[in-house]
Design a protein around this ligand. Structure first.
Ligand SMILES: O=C(O)C(=O)C[C@H](O)[C@H](O)COP(=O)(O)O
Length: 217
């Protein structure tokens, strides 16, 4: 038995993605940066955060941000399997994003306490996700998998599907994605340059995030 109807899952994801035109994709290497970084992004107008499970401190970072930055909407990224999904829900993440999808991950998503946003990069992967009851997807790796042209092509046969394209997008490329009828938000890490992160230069990150926040509305 699934815990999610198709409509409830799509509505839960829409509720998250409606909050910002851009979802920063964040890999936190130093735990002490988690809270100040999240505060800086939220204050700049980007409250929806994808914390990738690519670093050792990712789970602790999710926990810290959930506890200390109440205005952030914290999601987990790089969720690869059912164990990840269960763990991030326990840490208080509000949603989970995967860079792809597997049958076992779809199985786990049925029972998960938080909505999973699987990723697709082709029509066949999208058909599989639709079969499994999903209507909202990450489109990854967006630029490498055909970018704006690919998403435009998918809108014809799959009007029920909406996307968060991620991968290779920057401030200059963002508007053409956001103009598409089947794009609800976009993901990216361009507002987190590695040098600014290394130096704890939150002023620079805040400026880039504020520019991104202005992309819609
Ligand atoms: O880790 C994951 O789960 C991913 O899916 C990869 C990220 O979403 C991209 O690496 C972000 O894209 P960039 O803006 O090109 O850095």
């Amino acid at each position: 038995m699934s815990r999610w109807t198709i409509e409830a899952r799509a509505a839960a994801v829409d509720g998250v993605f409606a909050r910002a035109p851009v979802v920063p994709v964040i890999s936190i290497a130093r735990l002490e940066q988690a809270v100040p970084l999240a505060r800086c992004l939220v204050e700049a107008g980007l409250p929806v955060l994808e914390i990738t499970l690519r670093t050792d401190v990712a789970m602790a970072a999710i926990r810290a941000i959930v506890a200390e930055v109440p205005d952030a909407c914290v999601g987990a990224g790089t969720v690869l399997n059912g164990v990840d999904l269960e763990n991030v829900a326990e840490e208080g993440a509000e949603f989970a994003i995967a860079p792809g999808a597997t049958e076992r991950l779809y199985d786990a998503a049925e029972l998960a306490a938080v909505p999973l946003i699987p990723a697709i990069a082709s029509a066949s992967e999208l058909m599989r996700g639709l079969e499994r009851g999903h209507r909202r997807f990450k489109f990854f790796p967006a630029e490498a998998a055909g970018g704006v042209a690919a998403l435009k092509s998918l809108a014809g046969p799959f009007p029920q599907a909406k996307f968060c394209p991620t991968g290779g997008i920057d401030l200059a490329k963002a508007p053409s994605y956001l103009a598409l009828s089947n794009v609800v938000t976009i993901g990216g890490s361009w507002m987190l340059p590695s040098e600014a992160l290394a130096n704890g230069d939150y002023a620079a990150i805040g400026r880039l995030a504020a520019e991104a926040a202005k992309l819609r509305g």
